[in-house]
Design a binder for this molecule. Structure first.
Ligand code: HEC
Length: 441
């Protein structure tokens, strides 16, 4: 008898606690801040995600779906292992936050009284900078994307010649048609003395002859900067005194990954650049390690992946000077499975850079460290990539699997093992400089 009273008291308590907790979870107080931080940057009209998640109504009518994709951790997409290293542009929900969304979805989706945020104010449109850009470089003609449900990789050449070099304060990718773009990367190359005009305006890496890209290779000798865009990302700006200098003459190579579309679409994309009179005291540098870059020939073993094989490759590169890293961009193609990059200092300390345990070509992005990350001189950087070229890999573009190798020309059915690093020569106390990638400038 006593026992059963105890049980029912406990049951009563648990039942009521969970009911009270569920009642207390409201859109305005608890759910809206989570959704606006983690989902809205991509899920708003015109961006790549299929529907908006901005207002109470948007989310309430899909509450069960939202619960499902957050519980399965499909959304928000974030591929690096958060236990390995953390980043300034990190997205993600804690276990408690995921439970809170589920409770809210299951218990009537209370709206709450306190309205702290105006949902509409969160919708981002157009440029984020508070003035006009100083330089806009974009495709000379709209690129026509066929409605044949094929994805395409196109590299556009955007040549430029300025009266003088210029200090860059911020840069932002721009496009007339967000929703057909999966991601984009741009590389700023100084080209002081070659003809930058009489080559093709763009190269279709998906459909053109693979050797066509060779005409752009000579432009890539002096890479000045490297940036990228995926849905939900904003422009890039830099801490005080830090930046890069737009060379007087050169090209921007803009690589566009167009998503498969069912109807014809046009698109003009490019970059907007903001200059500053303040001299850039410390110039950002970019280096690409691995396929198509430094150390390409030293990838071990020789970089080819036979059909039906799972293989791991490594590249080791010694850091020539003390460096401070701003960000890293890991890159592999479809049969890539695991990516890892780390350094071992001369004192044998390990510096963990990034680990992606379940690589997905569709969700690659640039990872900004929360503060500048010191890499001492003599550190051996290791980049490691594992590739699954079997029929068990659902992302394998060939069925049956084919021999895959790298020609450094970025064709997506080839493979790559690349780490782009953007860094500065180290100065004392750099470790305390905070990078705020996610701030809308
Ligand atoms: C980096 C951009 C990005 C962020 C952040 C993001 N999404 Fe998405 N989401 C997408 C894209 C793109 C798709 C469509 C692609 C796909 O289905 O693979 C999608 C698809 C979805 C779908 C449909 C899935 C399906 O199976 O069709 C749901 C539901 C969803 N997102 C919910 C969320 C929620 C909830 C959040 C925040 C917790 C979120 N998303 C954050 C980009 C994003």
């Amino acid at each position: 008898m006593r026992c059963s009273i105890a049980v029912s008291v406990v049951f009563f308590l648990i039942f009521n606690i969970s009911r009270v907790a569920a009642q207390r979870i409201t859109w305005s107080e608890h759910i809206a801040p989570l959704i606006h931080r983690n989902c809205t940057p991509c899920h708003q009209n015109g961006d790549a995600a299929p529907f908006p998640l901005v207002t109470y109504e948007d989310v309430a009518k899909r509450a069960a779906f939202v619960k499902k994709v957050t519980q399965s951790r499909f959304m928000p997409p974030w591929k690096p292992d958060p236990h390995y290293s953390t980043f300034a542009n990190q997205r993600g929900l804690t276990d408690e936050e995921i439970t809170m969304i589920a409770e809210w979805a299951d218990h009537g989706m209370a709206k709450g009284k306190k309205v702290e945020v105006k949902d509409e104010a969160l919708v981002v449109t157009g440029t984020h900078h508070n003035r006009k850009p100083d330089l806009v470089l974009k495709m000379s003609k709209p690129f026509h994307v066929k409605g044949d449900n094929l994805e395409r990789f196109i590299v556009f050449k955007l040549p430029f010649e300025l009266p003088d070099s210029a200090n860059v304060e911020a840069i932002q990718f721009t496009t007339t048609n967000n929703k057909i773009i999966h991601h984009a990367n741009y590389e700023v190359d100084a080209v002081p003395d070659l003809d930058i005009y009489h080559t093709d305006d763009y190269i279709n890496l998906t459909e053109d002859n693979r050797f066509k890209y060779d005409q752009y290779v000579p432009f890539r000798k002096h890479m000045i900067y490297y940036g990228g865009w995926i849905p939900g990302s904003f422009g890039e700006s830099y801490p005080e005194n830090i930046g890069w200098v737009m060379p007087k003459r050169g090209v921007i190579l803009l690589t566009m990954h167009y998503a498969p579309v069912a109807k014809e679409e046009d698109n003009v994309s490019g970059v907007e650049i903001y200059f500053t009179k303040t001299p850039v005291k410390r110039q950002i540098r970019a280096i690409s390690l691995g396929s198509g870059g430094v150390g390409e020939k030293e990838i071990d073993p020789f970089f080819y992946i036979p059909a039906n094989a799972v293989k791991t490759f490594k590249l080791r590169v010694t850091t020539p000077e003390d460096q401070s890293l701003l960000y890293v961009w890991p890159h592999m193609h479809y049969v890539g499975k695991v990516f890892k990059a780390y350094g071992v200092t001369p004192e044998k300390d390990t510096i963990k850079l990034v680990q992606i345990p379940d690589w997905n070509f569709n969700w690659q992005e640039i990872y900004w460290f929360p503060t500048l990350k010191k890499i001492p001189k003599g550190t051996i950087l290791t980049i490691e990539g594992t590739y699954d070229n079997t029929a068990n890999n659902p992302n394998n573009p060939s069925n049956p699997p084919q021999l895959v190798y790298s020609n450094g020309d970025m064709k997506s059915t080839d493979e790559m093992l690349t780490l782009v690093m953007v860094y500065l020569p180290y100065e004392k106390d750099d470790e305390h400089i905070i990078l705020k990638k996610n701030e809308r400038f």
